[in-house]
Design a binder for this molecule. Structure first.
Ligand code: 5AD
Ligand code: FES
Length: 358
């Protein structure tokens, strides 16, 4: 009979566990096991990234979305959303502000908004790269064709975030209308990796109908896919969605998964997400202490932030970016870490040459 402490040590050593060991670990950790998991996860992240926590400036540039995911507050079926798009100039202003505050990664996130053609997004990426030359640009604009992704990469985009949400086809079908499939989602993730992006996948913890088996499937998927980034946060219901009455994911489950993912993917860039800060006042600090090493303050203009509501109760909606940044720096320091300017690439990552450079 193995103990959970032994399971954690084994995961640290082998980077993987059997399905059965994952299942026991995910469902039966006591306080002592938890402490051991977090301590081991911190040691691993510190081995590669020291005490650094990387800051990414998040710009939510459009809340139009052609999709209708059952969990998401900006789904096209939600008629209560006041829709907005930032102009290219507004996006550049956000980056200029962020740049002065020492941000060197900008994350452009939006709904799946076809108003922005591939060429338009490429122009925005080029514009940011020109103004903020030593910065990384991360895109999070959903599913597009391989050709589109290649266009973004050739324009200079460095990274791409696209959560798989769940790797189990039947669970995927419970979270999404039938025009969205896990096959397409995985194909996108494979294309992005193949093209040469640093790629982030991820899931919502405690999403409706999620089982322990689903989570284990996601862990195996991540183990095989080897993402450079993993975005996980608790599911939080939004009152204007079909999942309005579903339960939120828990703090404990999210922290356990952060620790486990850190041990499985030692060099991964792992954010303590806004959703984690939303379900608990010090959720993000606890996330950092469980193995996370990235935070993503919001650089969007304050006027639009409340319109980009994926779930109820989102924090930082009214704060000026300066206050947000100071607040977050304080929070990072409070758990013994160092807020760090700089691109914060995945350790050892080398960018492929653009096609046009060859
Ligand atoms: N609760 C928590 N996370 C959510 N997301 C979307 N809706 C919610 C919600 N209700 C997450 C999804 C998506 C990311 C941008 O935000 O995982 O990939
Ligand atoms: Fe926009 Fe799902 S509702 S991608």
């Amino acid at each position: 009979m193995k103990t959970n402490i032994e399971r954690i040590d084994k995961l640290c050593e082998n980077r993987i566990l059997s399905r059965k060991d994952f299942a026991i670990l995910l469902t039966s950790m006591d306080n002592e096991d938890e402490e051991h998991l977090f301590k081991t996860a911190r040691a691993v992240r510190e081995k590669y990234y020291g005490k650094k926590v990387f800051l990414r400036g998040l710009i939510e540039f459009t809340n139009y979305c052609k999709n209708d995911c059952y969990y998401c507050g900006i789904r096209r079926g939600n008629k209560n959303v006041v829709r907005y798009r930032l102009s290219d100039e507004e996006i550049f202003d956000c980056c200029d502000n962020g740049y002065k505050l020492s941000f060197r990664t900008f994350v452009l996130q939006g709904g799946e908004d076809m108003f922005y053609s591939d060429e338009h997004i490429a122009r925005i990426v080029e514009g940011i790269k020109k103004r903020c030359p030593d910065s990384a640009v991360t895109l999070s604009v959903g599913e597009r064709s391989r050709k589109s992704y290649q266009t973004f990469f050739d324009a200079g985009a460095d990274r791409y975030l696209l959560r798989q949400e769940t790797s189990d086809p039947s669970h995927y079908a419970k979270l999404h209308p039938k025009e969205l499939t896990i096959e397409t989602r995985k194909r996108c993730l494979d294309d992005l990796k193949d093209i040469g992006f640093q790629v982030g996948c991820g899931i919502m913890v405690g999403s409706p109908y999620q089982t322990v088996d689903n989570i284990i499937d996601d862990l195996f998927y991540m183990h095989d896919f080897e993402p450079h980034m993993v975005g996980i946060g608790p599911f939080i219901p939004h009152s204007d969605t079909p999942f309005r009455d579903k339960k939120a994911g828990t703090l404990a489950d999210t922290l356990h998964l952060l620790g486990i993912i850190r041990l499985m993917l030692p060099k991964v860039l792992l954010p303590a997400t806004t959703a984690l800060g939303t379900i608990h006042p010090t959720g993000r600090e606890m996330g950092l202490s469980a193995g996370a090493n990235v935070v993503m303050p919001n650089l969007s203009p304050t006027g639009v932030r409340e319109k980009y509501t994926l779930y109820d109760g989102k924090i930082c909606v009214g704060d000026e970016i300066n206050n947000c940044l100071l607040c977050l720096e304080q929070r990072i320091k409070s758990v013994g870490y160092i807020p760090t300017a700089g691109r914060g690439d995945f350790i050892g990552f080398k960018r492929k040459q653009n096609l046009t450079d060859i």
